[in-house]
Design a protein around this ligand. Structure first.
Ligand code: 0GY
Length: 295
C-alpha cells in the first residue's frame, strides 16, 4: 500500500521518452528538474497543494544518462514544502554531479544551512505562484536572504508574468544572482515584442544579476506538442540577447501538467531551435550552469 495516492487528475511523466536527435555538448547540465519522494521514504509536506506521482532520484539519474546530460540542478518542489530531504538525498547520491536549490523557512538554523551547503545546495527558491504556495510578506524573504547571502547562494524566483509589475521593486532589490524560472511565465499568445514580455526583457537588460531559465515550452505553449512553436521566439530572443545569462532544464517530472506529459527527448530536440549555434548551446548548457552552480 503506497503511503500517498497521487491526485486523481495527475498526469505522470512519460516513462518511455524518445532518444533525442540533438547531441548535447559534453558536460551538459539539466538545470531545472525535481524529485518527488518516493512518498513512503520522503513524505510529501502537509501544506502541499498537490500530491504527485512518485519520481525519485533513480529515475531522474536514468533519464539524465538516457538523454545525454552529465549533471542536474535539482530544485525543491513545493509538494515537499521546506523538507529538503528527498532533494538532499538525491544530491548526496549523485557523487557531485547534482547541485540543489532548497526551500527554507526564516527559522532555518546555521547548522541546517551548513548541512545543505555541504550536500550541494547553492540557492533558495522563492515561489510567488499562488496555486502552489500561500503568499508571504517581503520581510519573510528578506530574513532568509540575510541568512543565505553569506554562503554565496543565489535566489530562484517563480512568478506569473502578470505579477511582475507589482513585485518589481522587491525583485530588483535582491542583492544576489537572481534566477527566474520559465522566462517569468509569459503569456505566449501575446506578442514577443509586446509590453508584457517587454517588461521582462527590461528586467534582464537593466539588472545584470538576473538570469532566466528558458524552460517549460510544454507548460507555456498554447499551440502544443511536439514542436511548441509559439514558445520558440520567446526563448530564442533571450538566448540570443543574453547568451551568458540563460539556463536550460527539462522540468522533469513535469508537475501539474493539465493537457499532456511531454516527451523529454522531444524537449531536448527543441534546444537547437532556441540556441541555433554550437557556441550558444555550449554557453546555455555547460558554461552558464557550471559558473552558477559549480563555480
Ligand atoms: C515547475 C513548475 C511547477 C511546480 C513547481 O515546485 C513546484 O511545485 O515548481 C508548476 O506547477 O508550474 O517548475 O516545476
Amino acid at each position: 500500500m503506497a503511503a500517498f495516492t497521487m491526485d486523481p487528475n495527475w498526469i505522470p511523466f512519460d516513462p518511455n521518452p524518445s532518444k533525442p536527435a540533438f547531441r548535447l555538448p559534453e558536460g551538459a547540465v539539466d538545470a531545472h528538474c525535481h524529485v518527488f519522494g518516493p512518498g513512503n521514504e520522503f513524505p510529501y509536506a502537509p501544506e502541499r497543494k498537490y500530491t504527485p506521482c512518485d519520481a525519485g532520484k533513480d529515475k531522474l539519474f536514468a533519464l539524465r544518462d538516457f538523454l545525454g546530460f552529465q549533471r542536474n540542478v535539482i530544485v525543491q518542489a513545493t509538494c515537499h514544502g521546506a523538507d529538503n530531504r528527498a532533494m538532499v538525498d538525491a544530491l548526496r547520491a549523485s557523487g557531485g554531479m547534482a547541485r540543489g536549490v532548497a526551500t527554507v523557512r526564516d527559522t532555518v538554523t546555521d547548522a541546517e544551512l551548513a548541512d545543505l551547503h555541504e550536500a550541494g545546495v547553492r540557492g533558495v527558491r522563492f515561489n510567488f505562484v499562488r496555486r502552489l504556495v500561500d503568499p508571504k510578506p517581503d520581510a519573510y524573504y528578506r530574513a532568509i536572504i540575510d541568512r543565505i547571502a553569506p554562503l554565496g547562494w543565489h535566489i530562484v524566483i517563480y512568478f506569473e508574468a502578470a505579477d511582475l509589475e507589482e513585485k518589481w521593486g522587491f525583485f530588483t532589490s535582491l542583492p544576489t544572482t537572481v534566477v527566474v524560472d520559465h522566462m517569468g511565465r509569459p503569456d505566449v499568445t501575446k506578442p514577443v515584442d509586446g509590453p508584457e514580455f517587454g517588461r521582462f526583457i527590461r528586467l534582464m537588460e537593466d539588472h545584470p544579476n538576473f538570469v532566466s531559465k528558458v524552460t517549460c515550452p510544454e507548460r507555456l505553449s498554447r499551440s502544443g506538442p511536439p514542436t511548441y512553436d509559439d514558445v520558440i521566439p520567446f526563448a530564442r530572443l533571450l538566448v540570443e540577447r543574453f547568451p551568458d545569462r540563460v539556463l536550460w532544464g527539462t522540468d522533469w517530472p513535469h508537475p501539474n501538467m493539465t493537457t499532456h506529459a511531454p516527451d523529454d527527448g522531444g524537449l531536448v530536440d527543441i534546444i537547437p531551435r532556441i540556441a541555433p549555434t554550437a557556441d550558444l548551446q555550449r554557453r546555455l548548457l555547460v558554461d552558464n550552469p557550471m559558473r552558477i552552480y559549480w563555480g
